[in-house]
Design a protein around this ligand. Structure first.
Ligand SMILES: *Cc1c(COP(=O)(O)O)cnc(C)c1O
Length: 394
């Protein structure tokens, strides 16, 4: 059974809960994507840019010191080595080529911390598309360097003043803008969320991660791994790794959500949320008792979203995947652990997954693990420094 079904459902989750005005936009996208998927030249073109521009395939690196320290056998899927420093470029290249394929001249995107905005602005430059990025005013102030990066890349950053002035408001605003300008505009969504067909499209473009990793581990170890571990924000790097192992029932999936500061202040939609509808999809959402979307927090900007991709909600409820939380303070420990043991500074998002290995090791000595190192840590140094300073002050 291929998922999602024709209506965009992964079991009980997904679908497209949208105003009627968006219906034709999504129909057009669905049809264009189905055509592109069958078109050999589309695939050849995408493969070319993934290889020559983004630097795929990425390495599957045996982390010798980390493995010895933990008593596991850990391989890192090195998405941190890609152009722009994270896995997001896989999806942005795919969707920008799809935008061109559809004859669109302009892309719009939403961004929280600015990483997806930078990735969208990058591919817009590459393919000569104009690019408007919607970003909460609050986030713009917190992430000045990424705003500047987008400007250097020729994108227009549009401040969003509604609601909490963060990512969820930027998403809503981008959707509103899309309705009014769909004829020449493509909406480039940054993770496996949103109405059908986006969760499927983003998953497909990110599934190159797991496709490569599966072949690489078989070549290196002559067997499949026991565990796949990845951090989950919207869920794209995790789904990218998991998807090609779906039928390998013995391979266990672990998605690591941002446990933030506490049970009440976090971004762990599956672990601490309830079923609801957010940005066009039925999925786990962090909400209060009135069904209003809750304020979220994570030390890792890329995990700070109150929803999660519907396919992960499905994996959770069908028990195909297990979803766990790692707190801010633990993620910092994961950050230090990989930096000090392997000389690899991870993104704070990925550091959540790294820390979880410590817990995994307790009951699974010697297990073979692939961890998705979704991005590099350069962007996070100031945040880490301020946390470490605060720790010192007590
Ligand atoms: C954006 C981001 C994430 C979270 O997004 P997913 O869609 O859940 O993968 C994780 N890691 C890094 C480095 C990111 O930039």
């Amino acid at each position: 059974m291929a998922l999602p079904n024709n209506h965009g459902y992964f079991g009980n989750f997904g679908g497209s809960f949208i105003p009627e005005t968006l219906y034709s936009c999504l129909e057009e996208l669905k049809k264009a994507y189905a055509r592109a998927k069958k078109d050999k030249s589309f695939k050849t073109n995408l493969d070319y840019y993934l290889k020559e521009y983004a630097a795929r395939p990425t390495r599957l690196y045996f982390a010798k010191h980390l493995s010895a320290y933990l008593g596991l056998k850990v391989y890192l899927k090195r998405e941190d080595l890609l152009h722009t420093g994270a896995h997001k470029i896989n999806n942005s290249l795919g969707q920008a080529l799809l935008a061109k394929y559809m004859g669109k001249k302009r892309i719009i995107a939403e961004t929280g911390a600015g990483q997806h905005g930078v990735s969208a602005a990058t591919v817009a430059r590459l393919f000569g598309l104009s690019c408007d990025v919607y970003m909460g005013e609050e986030d713009m102030a917190r992430q000045r360097m990424n705003v500047f990066r987008m400007k250097i890349l020729g994108a227009k950053v549009i401040p969003v003043l509604s609601g909490s002035k963060t990512l969820k408001d930027a998403c809503s605003e981008a959707i509103r803008e899309w309705v009014t300008s769909v004829r020449d505009t493509y909406y480039l969504i940054g993770s496996t969320f949103g109405p059908h067909p986006y969760p499927m499209i983003v998953r497909d473009f990110q599934s190159v991660i797991g496709k490569e990793a599966r072949a690489q581990i078989i070549q290196k170890e002559k067997k499949l791994p026991d565990f796949l571990v990845a951090c989950v924000g919207g869920g794209s790097n995790a789904m990218g790794l998991f998807y090609n192992f779906f039928k390998d029932e013995k391979v266990k999936f672990i998605g690591v959500e941002a446990g933030g500061l506490s049970r009440n202040l976090n971004s762990a939609s599956i672990s601490y949320g309830d079923i609801g509808v957010l940005h066009g999809a039925k999925t786990y959402v962090l909400q209060d008792k009135f069904g209003q979307v809750k304020g979220t927090h994570s030390i890792a900007a890329g995990l700070d979203y109150p929803g999660v991709g519907p396919e992960h909600s499905f994996y959770n409820d069908s028990k195909r995947g297990r979803y766990v939380t790692v707190k801010d303070s633990e993620a910092l420990e994961g950050f230090k652990m990989l930096s000090e043991l392997e000389g690899i500074i991870p993104a704070l998002e990925s550091a959540h997954a790294i820390y979880y290995l410590k817990k995994l090791a307790k009951k699974n000595k010697g297990a073979l693990v692939i961890l998705c190192l979704s991005g590099r840590g350069d962007k996070d140094l100031e945040i880490v420094q301020s946390y470490l300073d605060a720790e010192k002050r007590g």
